[in-house]
Design a protein around this ligand. Structure first.
Ligand code: NAD
Length: 274
């Protein structure tokens, strides 16, 4: 991502000043974009995800330097409920509160269903769906004590429509929309909102790598891979950016979005309008 594009808001009050956010899977891609947007809006953030220790250190330090907000890192593995509990405890012990939870960590595996490796099914369901059950059940008591909160689940266009060979991912993403609705109903009178963001293709390092790989394997130019392969389903023929996802998540986390709850909100260039 182009971090230089994200200007720290200075001077007047920032919309998330004084808030504390946990963003799972925020060492890269969409999660990191959301963490930058939140920190630029004044929130203290807990960064989570895998990566090389020195790169994670650089990310956390860079984020604090560029935004003037505080950031700490949790190495919690989203397949492990006890480590998820330790991440929530870290947020509460470091910052004394927890206002915003973003369930973003996710993995993909592509295979026909009759050949889908059982351990891959279990891993996709654990990281993309069950981790959100654990973070939500652990974060809600603090949000209720504080008198409010925001939960944002990063789903996918694949939470609303399917593609072949993505059984576990599509099942987990449809599942997280169901979880989003239940949590929204259970918290509706408590000043807590729970929504799902459903991106189409977003420009991240992983997607960038796919473009070059597919161009090589199909023997076609990058532009053709983007238009006819990756964005075949996406009518606007452009990738969303992590800055766009971050800006929308910041709005959902702000006081202005108090009446938006239980929604699955596409940012997909018209994909699910088909
Ligand atoms: P990414 O691979 O760049 O980031 C994934 C993050 O999750 C990384 O920080 C990684 O370390 C972390 N992670 C993976 N397994 C983990 C585990 N067991 N415990 C803790 N952290 C773990 O991917 P991304 O493209 O930024 O995707 C982020 C989310 O957005 C995912 O839920 C993905 O399904 C969703 N999404 C992405 C796109 C897209 O086009 N990039 C589109 C729709 C939805």
């Amino acid at each position: 991502m182009n971090i230089a594009l994200i200007q720290p808001a200075t001077g007047t009050a920032r919309v998330l000043d004084g808030k504390v956010a946990v963003i799972t899977g925020s060492t890269s891609g969409i999660g990191l974009g959301i963490a930058h947007s939140f920190a630029s809006a004044g929130a203290s953030v807990v960064i989570n995800g895998f990566g090389k220790p020195e790169e994670i250190n650089d990310t956390v330090e860079g984020l604090q330097r560029e935004t003037g907000s505080k950031a700490v890192y949790s190495a919690a593995d989203m397949t492990k409920p006890d480590e998820i509990a330790a991440m929530v405890t870290l947020a509460l012990e470091t910052f004394g509160r927890l206002d915003i939870l973003v369930n973003n960590a996710g993995i993909q595996h592509v295979s026909p269903i009759d050949q889908f490796p059982v351990e891959k099914w279990d891993a996709v369901l654990a990281i993309n769906l069950s981790s959100a059950f654990h973070t939500i059940r652990l974060a809600l008591p603090a949000m209720r004590r504080q008198g409010g909160g925001r939960i944002i689940n990063i789903a996918s266009a694949h939470a609303l429509v399917a593609s072949p060979f993505k059984a576990a991912y599509v099942a987990a993403k449809h599942g997280i929309v169901g979880l989003t609705k239940v949590v929204a109903l259970e918290t509706a009178e408590q000043n807590i909102t729970c929504n799902a963001i459903c991106p189409g293709y977003v420009s991240t390092p992983l997607v960038e790598a796919q473009i070059d790989d597919q161009a090589r394997s199909h023997g076609i130019p990058r532009e053709q891979v983007i238009r006819d392969v990756l964005l075949a389903q996406q009518p606007n023929k452009r990738f969303a950016t992590v800055e766009e996802i971050g800006a929308f998540a910041t709005f959902l986390a702000s006081d202005a979005a108090a009446s938006i709850t239980g929604a699955a909100l596409p940012i997909d260039g018209g994909w699910t309008a088909h």
